[in-house]
Design a protein around this ligand. Structure first.
Ligand SMILES: [Zn+2]
Ligand SMILES: [Zn+2]
Length: 420
């Protein structure tokens, strides 16, 4: 016998039972994002490697360790996307989306991302993200709208006990002076992990991202970016907080929140769920006002977020049910020479919007009934030769057990009548 093959480490199959939860998540996203005026964008699963290097930054853990990069047969360096923003910005610039309509342009996406990481609960090497990107405005109202929409998304799904951490990462105006201040502090700091020792020179801000307790402890005494904002960033951050409070969104200013991508500026945020333990971030994002220019586009302020679907489903637990939808009708074929009649009846019912299925394997009536129960069929049609010849079929209501003989001419109507 041939070996049974398994999906690669860090990937998984989403099977019926789970896929319904999945679809629900995507439908809620589509409904809510649509209500806020977003349109869907679909970008390729892989891009030229430079697309990600440019946005995420050479120093980042993603670029250094986690990307699935390969050379194609034409000798190009390609990378499976590790996140969504870079591709959306690349597409925005390539198709000049900013010129074709009023700003801001509101886009959302959903799809697989790929990162070579150590697999753990709710974390996979191929994982699904939903995200939005809004390009063309730096107004704090937009930041507040994006963050409150994210909260509405979680609330609609039934997630409770959420906290949105929020911070400002400053802008090219105020950040250099702050970096200098931080570097001075780090020069005399002790207890940094080897990796952060390296970052100290290249990108000290990224040390805030380190999960090592020693580094975290050291940084508690470090100067904070939010205490060193320029007047305009200060005002922007103040407005965002005020608008969010006004919208009833629970936020907490976390002055240590500095998200790991180079492109973030000003508002940055992360939503945490109390249900997930240490790995409790279920989504986050921020403003990336300089990124479009890095891709050769015009100066275009922008903001976005991404949420990890696996982590949301994990946090939701049983709050979101993955029940396979029951069939309206199962057709039990008593005489198997009549399968082509069953096929015709199934077509008629489906055309009338009734979900139905039938036996395809020549099982006994008893095991067809078992199958009907397993499929949670609300009714069963018994297709027997004698009645059928007289233009009749027996219809059983599976809930009440009541049976009636219905005419083959008005089958769809009879089934619909029974389903009400
Ligand atoms: Zn500033
Ligand atoms: Zn560290």
């Amino acid at each position: 016998m041939a070996d049974i093959m398994k999906a690669p480490r860090g990937t998984r199959d989403i099977l019926p039972g789970e896929s319904e939860r999945w679809e629900l998540l995507n439908n809620v996203a589509q409904e809510i994002f649509g209500r806020y005026g977003y349109s869907r964008i679909v970008t390729p699963t892989f891009e030229l490697t430079d697309v990600f290097q440019r946005a995420i930054g050479q120093e980042s853990e993603i670029v250094q360790k986690q990307m699935y990069t390969f050379q194609d047969k034409g000798g190009r360096s390609l990378t499976l996307r590790p996140e969504g923003t870079a591709s959306v910005v690349r597409a925005y610039v390539e198709h000049n989306l900013g010129a074709s309509g009023p700003l801001p342009v509101k886009l959302y996406y959903g799809g697989q991302m790929f990162r070579y990481e150590r697999p753990q609960a709710g974390r996979y090497r191929e994982f699904w993200q939903l995200g939005v990107e809004v390009l063309g405005s730096d107004d704090p109202t937009l930041d507040a709208e994006v963050i409150s929409m994210l909260n509405e998304f979680y609330e609609t799904l039934g997630l409770k006990g959420l906290v949105t951490l929020i911070n400002s990462m400053g802008c090219p105006e105020c950040r250099p002076a702050y970096i200098k201040l931080l570097s001075d502090f780090l020069d005399s700091a002790e207890g940094l992990c080897p990796e952060c020792e390296g970052r100290r020179k290249t990108n000290p801000l990224r040390i805030f991202d380190c999960k090592q307790p020693g580094c975290h402890e050291t940084l508690k005494d470090a100067p904070k970016i939010s205490d060193n904002l320029c007047e305009s960033c200060e005002r922007h951050f103040g407005s965002v907080k005020e608008l969010l409070a006004d919208a009833g969104v629970q936020t907490e200013h976390d002055e240590m929140l500095v998200r790991g991508f180079d492109y973030y500026q000003r508002t940055t945020f992360e939503v945490q769920s109390g249900n997930l333990g240490a790995q409790n971030a279920i989504g986050g994002g921020g403003r990336y006002d300089g990124l479009v220019e890095q891709y050769g586009g015009p100066p275009t302020p922008a903001i976005g977020f991404a949420v990890g679907c696996e982590r949301i489903l994990l946090a939701l637990g049983d709050n979101i049910k993955g029940e396979v939808a029951g069939l309206d009708v199962f057709i039990v074929v008593i005489d198997h020479t009549m399968r082509k009649d069953a096929f015709r009846i199934a077509r008629t019912l489906r055309a009338a919007g009734i979900s139905c299925d039938m036996d395809f394997t020549g099982r006994s009536v008893k095991s067809q009934m078992k199958q009907a129960n397993k499929r949670a069929a609300k009714s069963v049609l018994f297709l027997g030769p004698d009645e059928f010849e007289q233009g009749k079929i027996k219809l059983r209501n599976m809930e009440s057990g009541d049976e009636t003989e219905v005419s083959t001419d008005s089958l769809a109507g009879a089934v619909k009548g029974m389903l009400v």
